[in-house]
Structure formats: structure tokens, C-alpha cells
Design a protein around this ligand. Structure first.
Ligand SMILES: Nc1ncnc2c1ncn2[C@@H]1O[C@H](COP(=O)(O)OP(=O)(O)OP(=O)(O)O)[C@@H](O)[C@H]1O
Length: 648
């Protein structure tokens, strides 16, 4: 802006004040001080008062003057009904057109408006799009009596003043509630109309950028909008495994379980773990539809009902990320024998530690499996210690700590997979106390780690000392000491506990904890992206229910007429774009942006052209969103099921 625009004289001329002289001016506070905080003409002859503290004009005096800013002749007609507000500032802003965001409608401009320093049209350029307002005096920037508060400096104080989640609905179509709650953000501006909080536009696509900061915008690719391909593939494979069925498996349907699918990778009848051959099946619960892993102990005959009841009562309390949760146990004769079944959480595509580390590489049975890296071993130690801590604190013992009964459910993530079984099976014959069983847990834990470190199954570890000595070549003394401590019997009169081990491996625990937090951060980042995609997907689904539908509720070609026609053209604009040479434009960024703008109902204009180029509609996303909502609501009214979410 030209410097002259800010001169106090000019300002006064614009507001229609008569030129005052000498002493009179000295009493009047210079408007440049009011508006800009200083007056560059102070030392160049500006005759107004530049000391804000000097002679503040008494409120009563103002109304007595023939010409003053609150004089009714300067008050726009549209504002007269509002309670008169005392102000010593320029009336220019008061008579300026009330700001209305583009596309909301034509603001009712007062007819007597004089040339204005404040050009609302210009102010709009600073307004964040889709900024819904209920107070037409506000336009997204703090604006009152000619004062312009830089929204960007204001944001700092806003950040701390942001309302707690739940105070308003981020997904609300209208944000008037926000405007109303704006008052609390400007307590210091009590005398001014409160401007609404400028909320970030929650509806617009907002991918996080923490993890790809090194990329320039033009280097972004489609996959930047989605989770990494590897992660997606892994999750999809797991989903596929969960849904897998085997129609002619010959497996029975149990009372409340169906679609049994065998998970065992060999059909050896191995009785070493429980004293009975055991089999694992994936099955779907008929009541909940969820999938579980059922472990069946073949040929087990239950003699004491209390065994299941009392053991399960205790084990159902155990919730730990390193233990596969056990839900129930029951007996069945559906397999043609008397079987005991345990229902566990199902972890698709898991492998036992035995399969992962102790079996020769597939297709090469002469080559020993490669050694488990030390950091992976420490990860296992931390997770098993975590599991044992919970189990032992609940006065239980894990008992089944074998490589074939610990499953790997994700990258280096393990879980004890056969808890509670031995407690039921040996309910009547067990003669050991829980403390003794817990001591045994520690020894089994040590043998398990030793087995993984040496590559020999626990049953083959006959010379423990030799195996421990061999660790020195591959692993740190720290690891060797931890394993030796676990396996060694406690000193007479002493007992070892899992707490002792946890204190001893605290540094490894913190390393593992940190890695797990980092992993969590990364997943959170991908989750945030998928949140955006989920929203866009819902909007696309809604749009697809409307366009090309045909007739509805007796209206012929409903989807080709009225609002629906424009939505159809919008669909073309978003998804069927072509280049000048007719080649399809498949920019995913364009699709995501348009759909999220639609969801946000921003005030940006969009031109929709019919396919024959005969008709062009120029409208805002806000208008389109209204059409979209109207059309969809009409559909909902005619539907049997009602609003989405009421049914699946
Ligand atoms: N909760 C579970 N969720 C998903 N898969 C599981 C679960 N528990 C076990 N499995 C899988 O079932 C398969 C068979 O497990 P099992 O414990 O019978 O191993 P195994 O090597 O056959 O042992 P054994 O020789 O003692 O029968 C393994 O591949 C294992 O990963």
C-alpha cells in the first residue's frame, strides 16, 4: 500500500471528519497510533496526539461532538439495530461490507458506503477457505474498527487455547458452534466482537509429512498417500489367511465353531509337550464371527470338571502383549475321540520359534539354520520376561516354554502360545507348588534361549556347560551370563525371580522399549494417512450411491436430474479427466484433493462441463456439498435401512 494511504489526514478525510486545527488536534489521538501503533508523520508535522495515555477521551464527550466516529450518520443502516458500541476508532471498518466468504451469498452492502481503507474483497484473500462463520462482521481475521490483527501472529496464542477434543464435532457440516465458542479465545478483547477461532480445516486432506521430509513436493508419488507396500502386503496376506477355508477338510463342525482349518505344518503325532498329540485349527465362532486358534489335545478324557473351571478362571485374567490370550476350554467328541479344546486368539500367519530358527532352511536339510542375531535374542528375552512377569505376578506359571509353543506373530514379535494347557491336563497329578513351577519356568527360559543361540532343540541340549561355553564365540558375555543365571539352580535358601532377571537386563529392556515406541510412532503415522483415506473412501461410496442410480421413489431418471446431474458432472471432473489430447489423466492427488474439498465444502470454485461441452456450471464446493448431502439424504429417506451405520 502507498504510504500516503496511512496518513492521519487521509484517514480522517476518508471517514468524513472535518479538518480540526491546532489545539483541538492535540487532544485527539492519532489514528495511526490506534491502527498501526505508531505514526510515521509524528515528527513531520502530524498535529494529532501521539501519546495514548494522554487525555483519553471520556466516553461521554464523544457523543457530544458534532462529528465523531460514532455519529449515527456514519453508522451503516444494517448495523443500526445492533446495540451501539462506543468506539474511539475509525468507523470505516464498521461501515465496510460485512465479510462473507466466497460463494456463501451476496453480502448486503450498505448503500452509503464511502471509499474504504478496508477493502473486504482484499481481505478475503487472507481468509482460509471453508471458514464458516455465523457473525458476518468477522471474516476469519480479527477485524474490528479498522484494526487488522495478523492471523498468523494470532495463531500462536490460539494453539494453547484450542478447545479440548469433544467440545465440538470436527466432522460437523457447519462450524457455527465454533464461532460461538470463539469468545473464550480472546478474553483480552472483551470490548470487541469476538472473532471465531480459526480452526485448521479438519476436512481437508492432511497427510503427515514427518517421515518423508526429505522429499520435495514434486517427488511425491502415489504411495505417499498410502501405507508402505510391504506393510500393506503383509496385512493383506494376514487377512487372506484369516478368511481361508478348506471345504473338504473332513474336519467336523463343533457346537459353536465352524470352518475349521488345520494350521499344523506336519502330521506327526508329537506327545512331548502335553503328553497327548496336539493339533491347531483356525475356526470361526458362530456367535461372534471372529476367528480363533483352537488347540486340540487328542484322546484326552476329562475326569474332573473343576479342572477347566478353576484353571480358566485364573488364566482369563491374564492380558499381556507377549501371551496369546486364552478364552475358553471345553471337551468334544466331534472328532471321533474324546478331545480337549482350548480357544486362543488367532494370529494369522504366525510361525513357531521352532519353525523359524531351529529347522533347516527349506529345501536344504543339510544346512544348519543360521544363528539368531544377538539383538533379536535380546528382543525375545525382553518379551518372554514381560510375559513371565505378568504370569508370575498372578501366581501362575507358564510351564510350556518351548520353541514349538512360542509363536512369532510379526517381525521379531513373539507370544507364548500354549498357556493354561498343562494346568488343566495335570490338574490332578501335579504335585509341585506354584513357586516350584515358577522356578522351573526360569530354567526352561534359559534352556530356550540357549537352544535358540546354539541352534539345537532343547531336547538335544545334553551338555549345558559346553553349550554355554560355545556362546562366547558368537554372543556377548552379558547374554551368556543371563542364560547361565537362568539355568543355574538358585543358591541354597534363595530363590530366583523374574524380577531379578528384569533388573539384570534393564538396559536391553529400555532398548527394546525404545524400538517398540519407534515402531508405534511409525504405525501411528501410517494410521493417520489411512484416516484421511478412510474419509475419502466414505465420500466416494456416498457419491457412487447417488450418481447413475436411475429412478428413485417414482422419479424417473432421478440421478440424471437436478442436483444429481451436477454431481455426475463432478464425478466426471474428478475421475474421468482427460488431457487435451484425450488421454486419461489418472492423478491420484487430484482425486484425493477434490474429494476432500467436497467433504469440506470449501468455497473454492469448480467448473463442471457436460460431456457434450454444451453446458458449464461454475459453482463452489460448498454448493456441491449441499447438493451431495441433499441427494444422499433423499436416498436415505427412501432406503429401508436408514442412515448408514445403522446396519452393516
Ligand atoms: N494362536 C495361534 N494363532 C495362529 N497360529 C497358531 C497359534 N498357535 C499356534 N499356531 C500355529 O499352529 C501351528 C502348529 O502349532 P504347534 O504348536 O502344533 O506346532 P508344532 O511344531 O506342530 O508342535 P508339535 O510338534 O508339538 O505339535 C504352528 O505353525 C503355529 O504357528
Amino acid at each position: 500500500m502507498a504510504a500516503t494511504r496511512y496518513s492521519s489526514n487521509d484517514l480522517r478525510r476518508q471517514v468524513g471528519s472535518p479538518r480540526s486545527k491546532g489545539r483541538e488536534n492535540k487532544d485527539t489521538l492519532c489514528r495511526n497510533i490506534l491502527i498501526y501503533g505508531n505514526c510515521r508523520y509524528e515528527d513531520q508535522g502530524c498535529t494529532f496526539n501521539h501519546d495514548q495515555n494522554k487525555n483519553p477521551p471520556p466516553q461521554g464527550d464523544v457523543v457530544k461532538k458534532a462529528f465523531n466516529v460514532d455519529s449515527p450518520s456514519f453508522t451503516p443502516a444494517s448495523q443500526q439495530s445492533a446495540p451501539a458500541k462506543k468506539s474511539t476508532l475509525s468507523s470505516q471498518a464498521a461501515s465496510a461490507a460485512p465479510f462473507t466468504p466466497r460463494g456463501v451469498g451476496t453480502p448486503s452492502l450498505p448503500q452509503t458506503v464511502e471509499p474504504s481503507v478496508f477493502n473486504p474483497a482484499a481481505i478475503r484473500e487472507f481468509t482460509p477457505q471453508n471458514y464458516d462463520i455465523s457473525n458476518t462482521n468477522t471474516n476469519g481475521v480479527t477485524q474490528d474498527n479498522g484494526l487488522y490483527n495478523d492471523p498468523f501472529t494470532a495463531m500462536g496464542s490460539m494453539a494453547s487455547a484450542l478447545p479440548a477434543a469433544g467440545q465440538f464435532n470436527l466432522y460437523a457440516a457447519e462450524h457455527n458452534a465454533l464461532t460461538a465458542s470463539g469468545a473464550q479465545f480472546y478474553p483480552q478483547h472483551g470490548a470487541f466482537p469476538t472473532a471465531p477461532l480459526q480452526p485448521p480445516n479438519y476436512h481437508l486432506y492432511q497427510p503427515f509429512d514427518t517421515y518423508r521430509q526429505d522429499l520435495q513436493p514434486w517427488q511425491r508419488a502415489t504411495y505417499d498417500f498410502f501405507m508402505p507396500a510391504k506393510m500393506r502386503e503383509e496385512i493383506q496376506r494376514k487377512m487372506f489367511a484369516t478368511q481361508q477355508v478348506m471345504p473338504n477338510s473332513g474336519l467336523p463342525q463343533l457346537e459353536r465353531w465352524h470352518s475349521l482349518f488345520p494350521l499344523d505344518t506336519n502330521n506327526r503325532k508329537n506327545t512331548s509337550s502335553f503328553g497327548y498329540p496336539s493339533w491347531v485349527y483356525k475356526a470361526q465362532n458362530s456367535r461372534t464371527g471372529s476367528h480363533y486358534a483352537l488347540r486340540r489335545l487328542e484322546g484326552y478324557r476329562l475326569t474332573n470338571e473343576k479342572a477347566i473351571l478353576s484353571v480358566m478362571k485364573e488364566w482369563k485374567k491374564i492380558k499381556n502383549a507377549s501371551i496369546v490370550t486364552v478364552h475358553e476350554a471345553f471337551t468334544t467328541r466331534e472328532f471321533g475321540d474324546s478331545s480337549l479344546i482350548f480357544a486362543y486368539d488367532y494370529h494369522p500367519l504366525s510361525k513357531t520359534l521352532q519353525e523359524q530358527h531351529l529347522q533347516p532352511a527349506h529345501g536344504n536339510r543339510y544346512r544348519a539354520p543360521s544363528a539368531v542375531p544377538e539383538n533379536v535374542l535380546w528382543g525375545y528375552i525382553c518379551q518372554i520376561a514381560n510375559a513371565l512377569k505378568t504370569i508370575h505376578s498372578n501366581k501362575l506359571a507358564a510351564r510350556c516354554l518351548e520353541p514349538s509353543k512360542i509363536i512369532l506373530t510379526d517381525h521379531n514379535r513373539i507370544r507364548l502360545a500354549a498357556c493354561a494347557i498343562l494346568d488343566v491336563v495335570q490338574f490332578e497329578i501335579n504335585t509341585k507348588t506354584v513357586q516350584e513351577l515358577q522356578q522351573e519356568d526360569l530354567v526352561k527360559f534359559g534352556r530356550l534361549v540357549l537352544s535358540l543361540a546354539t541352534g539345537a532343540p532343547p531336547a538335544h541340549l545334553n551338555n549345558i556347560q559346553a553349550a554355554l561355553d560355545s556362546l562366547g564365540a558368537k554372543y556377548s558375555a552379558n547374554l551368556r551370563d543371563a542364560v547361565a543365571w537362568l539355568i543355574a539352580p538358585p543358591n541354597p535358601g534363595e530363590s530366583k525371580s523374574i524380577d531379578n532377571l528384569i533388573s539384570g537386563v534393564a538396559t536391553h529392556m529400555t532398548t527394546f522399549f525404545d524400538l517398540s515406541l519407534q515402531d508405534n510412532d511409525e504405525k501411528q503415522f501410517h494410521l493417520a494417512k489411512e484416516l484421511e483415506n478412510g474419509r475419502v473412501a466414505r465420500s466416494v461410496m456416498k457419491l457412487m450411491t447417488v450418481v447413475e442410480r436411475g429412478d428413485l421413489g417414482g422419479t424417473q431418471a432421478w440421478s440424471e436430474t437436478g442436483d444429481r446431474y451436477q454431481l455426475k458432472l463432478f464425478r466426471d471432473y474428478v475421475f474421468h479427466r482427460v488431457e487435451a489430447d484425450g488421454k486419461p489423466n489418472l492423478s491420484i492427488g487430484h482425486m484425493l484433493t477434490c474429494m476432500s474439498k467436497l467433504e469440506a465444502g470449501v468455497d473454492e470454485m469448480v467448473a463442471l462441463t457436460s460431456r457434450d461441452n454444451e453446458t458449464v456450471f461454475v459453482l463452489t464446493y460448498r454448493e456441491l456439498k449441499k447438493m451431495f448431502d441433499r441427494s444422499f439424504n433423499e436416498l436415505v429417506k427412501h432406503s429401508k435401512t436408514g442412515a448408514p451405520g445403522a446396519n452393516n
